[in-house]
Design a protein around this ligand. Structure first.
Ligand code: BTN
Length: 319
């Protein structure tokens, strides 16, 4: 019996005895218990009682491609949308089909076994989140690729404020924060020939209905469920995100978009530390340039940083 079958049996939200689960599939109760442990490790919240058996405490709205597409108002983004129960990484799936699939193909998964973040960091992907990758085929040169990140991060920030009234800032270059806590990360991977982008895979990791209480404190994470005190409809959020991304992506080169990205910045005015291949840079984030660079005042000089890992230390003049 696969753990997916156990999940299917538990999906009613009612108690199911271990004996029942075991006899239906002709396996031992110990084998059932092992599967349950595996599911818990992946983040499924399953209660157990010696008398009653097992119960799935929380069933998230399932990611169903037909249901998502039914209310999707986009013209091209997500017209080919594929949902999986479990994948290694949605970015890996997207990369493997990127050459042949159509522009705007979307890959979603309930869980990822090897979700990746920037700088090859592991990305926790339990059920309840939105783990999604977009395959984009923009007609732009490689040096304009940062505009895709700009468009996507603005779209995510907009979606959260429109749907939930949340103030979500963009930490340079493209993390989304609520009061300093990360709610969404973006990982863009590109294949380019000479100077033209062949495809870009943009992976979004959104802690939607995720229980982040078990995540390491140093990750400084939050989730929509934690911020709002209730579960959000992932389907509604995905539809909104795709709509907003299509809109911002289509005008990714506009001054308006850059200005909105700058306005939504959570980094400006902060004391920051940037770690890059050329070492650490400490200073005040004083501006964001149109080419995506962060301008930092350090030792009375203004330095331009185009890439790196950014840590917010504190607001200048703040506590
Ligand atoms: C980061 O902040 O470091 C970026 C995190 C990106 C995570 C998402 S989840 C969907 C997609 N698949 C992955 O393996 N990574 C991205």
């Amino acid at each position: 019996m696969s753990s997916q079958e156990i999940l299917n049996f538990l999906s009613s939200g009612k108690w199911v005895s271990g004996e029942d689960l075991a006899s239906r599939q002709g396996i031992s109760r110990a084998a059932v218990w092992k599967q349950i442990q595996g599911l818990r490790k992946k983040g499924y919240e399953i209660e157990s009682s010696t008398r009653k058996g097992y119960r799935l405490k929380r069933m998230h709205d399932p990611l169903d491609a037909d249901m998502i597409c039914e209310g999707l108002r986009t013209k091209w983004l997500g017209l080919d949308l594929r949902c999986f129960n479990e994948v290694c990484s949605t970015n890996d799936v997207a990369r493997s089909i990127a050459r042949e699939c159509q522009n705007g193909t979307v890959i979603l998964a309930e869980t990822q076994t090897r979700g990746r973040g920037r700088l090859s960091r592991p990305w926790a992907s339990p059920p309840g989140g939105i783990w999604m990758s977009l395959v984009l085929k923009p007609e732009i040169s490689l040096d304009r690729a940062y505009r895709i990140n700009m468009a996507v991060s603005v779209a995510v920030s907009r979606s959260f404020s429109a749907l939930y009234g949340l103030d979500v800032g963009i930490k340079w270059p493209n993390d989304l924060l609520i009061e300093g806590r990360k709610i969404c990360g973006i990982l863009m991977e590109i294949s380019a020939e000479v100077d033209r982008i062949g495809w870009a895979v943009v992976g979004l990791g959104i802690n939607a209905n995720v229980d982040v209480s078990g995540f390491p404190v140093e990750w400084r994470c939050t989730s929509l469920r934690q911020e709002l005190g209730l579960e959000v409809s992932r389907i509604e959020l995905i539809q909104k995100l795709l709509w907003e991304i299509e809109e911002t992506y289509q005008r990714m080169h506009s001054k308006d978009l850059y200005e909105e990205w700058r306005r939504r910045s959570a980094t400006l005015g902060k004391q920051v530390r940037i770690t890059s291949a050329s070492g650490d840079l400490l200073g005040e984030a004083v501006d964001l340039a149109e080419d995506g660079a962060l301008l930092i005042r350090a030792e009375d000089k203004i330095k331009r940083v185009l890439a790196g890992d950014c840590i917010h230390l504190r607001a200048v003049g703040g506590i």
